[in-house]
Write a protein that binds this ligand. Structure first.
Ligand SMILES: Cc1ncc(COP(=O)(O)O)c(C=O)c1O
Length: 391
């Protein structure tokens, strides 16, 4: 698989500096710059909630945390670990006077192969230290069994896996924290909810929270057959807007019209923004619902009226674009980011579905065993709306 944008494993995702500065000012006022400061304690307690665990200890970096964990558990002698990791994993052992014993990885997951651990255990072995590589968790059940059979401790170096859940959602049943549950309205069944909860609520947030759309506004929705696009067309139309949607094939165009778009432009023609301007008497649209990024985002500016707003929630086609700032401020336009959804967006989406204002677009329902085939169909870009997996 080739991606234009590099995927960084160790590069942190930072908030905009301006968001961070007010907190820094408060920290300055407390004059507590290490442990037990109010922010430190608040972060520990919020992380406990987020991760659903009882105890958390914050460290300034991962290496010191590993060293402290090994000391606290009084681990000595030999520890079985993975050769496929950042150097800190082995360093934390060596710097504690422990001998790392490297056991090979499973080539499919890059994680320590549980089947190979037992052969490497000696009378000196006291623990196993695997790494959950690249956010994919190790086979923790198998590793736990090996550890219990041999009286060993297990410490996971989870530097790549903060907040990762294991086993995924493709299952007959999944366990989720009760605080994450939302009651379905009477007329909304599991299929409707599955089709709308994620992308539908993303579109809901974009068009009701991040920007508002009024009667008679012109709204351009990118990607009519996508989950966000198909919901956005409907939300904009119910709000009284005139919707122009983009589509790349005849079936997608037909879907856009069925969902309430007034016009559809075909993005296979690179000059499609001119078509949007023509449809709006050269004025351009008031709002663009964008979720693709890259070149598409730039083309959206060509479609935007003076004073108009682009609201965006995705960057699959490219995270970095070069923007004409001159044109942005002269035309007094806005570029607004929208991320994910909160409980209110989700509840609103389900209520709109219950009231019949928002219809799920379900292309097909496939059995659990055909999940890989479902992915192949998505990659073929012929799916209209959602493919559901029924356990
Ligand atoms: C698997 C793994 N363990 C430990 C560390 C060490 O973290 P730090 O650099 O914060 O000491 C890293 C850092 O990238 C890592 O990737």
């Amino acid at each position: 698989m080739k991606s234009k944008d590099p995927i960084f494993v160790t590069q942190p995702t930072l908030p905009p500096l301006e968001d961070f500065l007010p907190y820094l000012r408060e920290i300055w006022d407390t004059k507590i710059l290490t442990n037990t400061g109010p922010f430190h304690e608040q972060l520990e307690s919020e992380l406990c909630n987020y991760l659903g665990v009882k105890y958390i200890s914050l460290f300034t970096n991962g290496t010191i945390a590993l060293i402290a964990a090994l000391r606290t558990l009084r681990i000595t002698g030999e520890v079985i670990t993975t050769p496929y990791s950042f150097v800190a994993t082995a360093h934390s052992l060596l710097w504690n006077g422990i001998k790392p014993i490297f056991v090979d990885i499973d080539p499919a997951t890059f994680n320590l192969d549980p089947e190979k651990i037992e052969a490497a255990i000696s009378s000196q072995t006291t623990a196993i230290m695997p790494v959950h590589c690249y956010g994919r968790s190790c086979d923790v059940d198998k590793i736990q069994k090996v550890a219990e059979r041999n009286g060993l401790k297990v410490i996971y170096d989870a530097a790549h896996s903060f907040g990762v859940q294991r086993d995924g959602g493709f299952a007959e049943k999944v366990v989720v924290p009760s605080r994450a549950l939302v009651r379905l309205p009477a007329k909304v069944d599991a299929k409707i909810s599955a089709a709308l909860s994620l992308a539908g609520s993303t579109a809901m947030r974009m068009l009701t929270e991040r920007v508002t759309v009024g009667s008679g506004d012109w709204v351009l929705v990118i990607g009519a057959s996508s989950g966000v696009g198909s919901a956005a067309i409907q939300i904009a139309r119910v709000s009284g807007a005139n919707v122009i949607a983009t589509a790349s094939s005849e079936p997608k165009k037909a879907l856009a019209l069925e969902l309430g778009a007034k016009h559809v432009v075909n993005t296979s023609d690179p000059g499609w923004p001119a078509e949007v301007r023509k449809l709006t008497d050269k004025r351009g649209v008031d709002v663009v619902v964008e979720h693709v990024g890259g070149e598409t985002l730039l083309k959206c500016f060509e479609c935007l009226a003076r004073g108009g707003t682009i609201v965006t929630c995705g960057a699959t086609a490219g995270k970095e674009v070069s923007l004409n700032v001159w044109s942005l401020f002269v035309k007094q336009q806005r570029l607004v980011g929208s991320y994910s959804r909160d409980r209110l967006d989700l509840e609103a989406t389900l209520q709109w579905a219950a009231d019949g204002r928002l219809q799920p677009v379900i292309h097909d329902v496939m059995p659990l065993a055909k999940a890989p085939e479902a992915y192949a169909r998505l990659r073929s870009r012929t799916v209209l709306g959602k493919l559901l997996i029924a356990p």
